[in-house]
Write a protein that binds this ligand. Structure first.
Ligand code: NAP
Ligand code: MG
Length: 401
C-alpha cells in the first residue's frame, strides 16, 4: 500500500505520563503506516522542558506559527510536588499558557459524539462547542478585604490627561471589593478567532454577556464582537451561518433546548463554568477535544483532558490500563484534516476523516474503554485495554484503506 503524502509539515508536541504512552501507540499504529508526513517533533515532556530551561516550549510555539498546524499531547503543569517527583530546576509554567500567549489564540472545546452514547441533556444531538476568552476579568482581578468603614474609589491616571475618579462604595463596615480589567486587542482577537472557527466549521455563532447590567464593561465586549461579525457579514451569508447575541442567562436556558451545531463564545468566567457544564452534559472527558486557534488562522489540536496520572501510576506498577484514547486520536485527525484543508490536498483530509470513522465504528460496535461503559446503551459486556482499543481502530482502518 502506498502512503499518502502530506505536502507541508505538522508540528508534533509529545508530552507526559499516560497520554505519552498513548501518543506513541497512536503514531505507530494509526499514523505512520499510512502517511508520508514530515513531523517537526518537539518533546514537551517534563524532563525535556527542564533540560532545555523550557526553551523547547517556545520553540514549538514558534514552529506552529511557522507551519500553521500543530498537534499536542497532554503535559504536566508542575506544582511543588512535581518539582520533587521529577527533580526539576523549578516549577516551569504551563506549556499551554506559554503557547497560547505566543499564538494569541482562543481555545475551543468540542465533544465527540457517538450514536450509542446519549448526552445527559436529551435535546443535544450535535456538538455544542465552547469558545472561551482566555484573558483578564476575574482571572486578573485585584481584590481587597475591607475590615472597617472607609471609602473605595476607582482612579485612572495618564500623562497629560486629567485624572478620572469614580466612587466605588462607601463602606459602612467590613466587606470585599475587586477590580477587573480587559483590553480591546485581546477581545478583538478572541472575536476574530470565534468568527473564523464558526465559519470554518459551519456552526451558528452565539455570543453572550450581561450588558443590560454592565453597560460599559460587558457592552464593550458586545460592541467589539458585533463589529468583528459585521466585518465578515458576506462570509456568514455565504456559509449559511447565523449569529445571535443573547444575554448570558437567556443563552444558558435556550442552550438546553437546542439540537447543537453551535459555537458558544463566552467571556473568561462564563467559559470556565459552562465548558464544564457542557462536558458533563455530553459524557466523558476522554471524549472532549480542544483546539487553539489564532486570529491569523494557526491551529493547535489536543485532547481536553490531562495526562491521566492515576492510570499512569497503575501502568508503571504493571497493571493493565483502560484509558480512553479517543480525544488524543481526534487531536491527530484534527491536525491532519486541517493540514489537508490548508494545503489543498483533499486525500489527506479524507484520511483524517477515515480514522475518525474507524474510531466511531468501534464505539458504535460496542468496542470501548472502561470510562464509556456506563454511558452506553446497550451496555457492552466487556471493555478494551488502552492498547486493545487502538488496535481495534487500526484493524478497521486497514480494512477501509
Ligand atoms: P486528567 O488527566 O484530566 O484526569 C483526571 C481523571 O479523569 C482521571 O484520573 C480519569 O478518572 C479521568 N480521565 C481523564 N482523561 C481520561 C481518559 N482519556 N480516559 C479515561 N479517563 C480519563 O487530570 P489529572 O490526572 O488530575 O492531571 C494530571 C496532569 O495533567 C496534571 O499534572 C495536570 O497539570 C495535567 N493537565 C494537563 C492538561 C493539558 O496538557 N492540556 C490539561 C489538564 C491537566 P479515573 O481516575 O476515575 O479513571
Ligand atoms: Mg473550569
Amino acid at each position: 500500500m502506498e502512503k499518502i503524502r502530506v505536502k507541508s509539515p505538522i508540528v508534533e508536541m509529545d508530552g507526559d505520563e499516560m497520554t505519552h504512552i498513548i501518543w506513541s501507540i497512536i503514531k505507530e499504529r494509526l499514523i505512520l503506516p499510512f502517511l508520508d508526513v514530515d513531523l517537526k517533533y518537539f518533546d514537551l515532556g517534563l524532563p525535556s522542558r527542564d533540560a532545555t530551561d523550557d526553551r523547547v516550549t517556545t520553540d514549538a510555539a514558534r514552529a506552529i506559527r511557522e507551519y500553521g498546524v500543530g498537534v499536542k499531547c497532554a503535559t504536566i503543569t508542575p506544582d511543588a510536588e512535581r518539582v520533587v517527583e521529577y527533580k526539576l530546576k523549578k516549577a516551569w509554567p504551563s506549556p499551554n499558557g506559554t503557547i497560547r500567549s505566543i499564538l494569541d489564540g482562543t481555545v475551543f472545546r468540542k465533544p465527540i459524539m457517538a450514536k450509542n452514547i446519549s448526552p445527559a441533556v436529551r435535546s443535544w444531538k450535535k456538538p455544542i462547542v465552547i469558545g472561551r476568552h482566555a484573558y483578564g476579568d476575574l482571572y486578573r482581578g485585584v481584590e481587597m478585604k475591607i475590615d472597617s468603614p472607609g471609602r473605595v474609589e476607582l482612579v485612572y491616571t495618564s500623562p497629560g490627561r486629567e485624572e478620572v475618579r469614580l466612587p466605588v462604595y462607601e463602606f459602612p463596615g467590613p466587606g470585599v471589593v475587586m477590580a477587573v480589567h480587559n483590553v480591546e486587542k485581546s477581545i478583538r482577537s478572541f472575536a476574530r478567532s470565534c468568527v473564523n472557527y464558526a465559519l470554518g466549521e459551519k456552526l451558528d455563532l452565539w455570543f453572550s454577556m450581561k450588558d443590560t447590567i454592565s453597560k460599559k464593561y460587558h457592552a464593550f465586549f458586545r460592541e467589539i464582537f458585533e463589529e468583528e461579525v459585521a466585518a465578515r457579514k458576506d462570509d456568514f451569508a455565504k456559509a449559511g451561518v447565523a449569529f445571535r447575541y443573547l444575554l448570558i442567562d437567556d443563552a444558558a436556558a435556550q442552550m438546553m433546548k437546542q439540537e447543537g451545531n453551535i459555537l458558544w463564545a463566552l467571556s473568561n468566567y462564563d467559559g470556565d463554568v459552562f465548558s464544564d457544564v457542557i462536558a458533563a452534559g455530553f459524557g466523558s472527558l476522554g471524549m472532549m477535544t480542544s483546539v487553539l486557534v489564532s486570529p491569523d488562522g494557526k491551529h493547535e489540536f489536543e485532547a481536553a483532558h490531562g495526562t491521566v496520572r492515576r492510570h499512569f501510576y497503575g501502568h508503571l506498577k504493571g497493571d493493565t490500563t483502560s484509558t480512553n484514547s479517543v480525544a488524543c486520536i481526534f487531536a491527530w485527525t484534527g491536525a491532519i484534516r486541517k493540514r489537508g484543508e490548508i494545503d489543498g490536498t483533499p486525500e489527506v483530509a479524507a484520511f483524517g476523516e477515515r480514522i475518525e470513522r474507524a474510531v466511531l465504528d468501534c464505539i458504535e460496535g460496542g468496542i470501548v474503554t472502561k470510562d464509556l461503559v456506563p454511558l452506553m446503551d446497550p451496555r457492552p459486556e466487556r471493555h478494551q485495554t488502552t492498547e486493545g482499543f487502538i488496535d481495534a481502530v487500526a484493524a478497521r482502518l486497514r480494512a477501509a484503506m
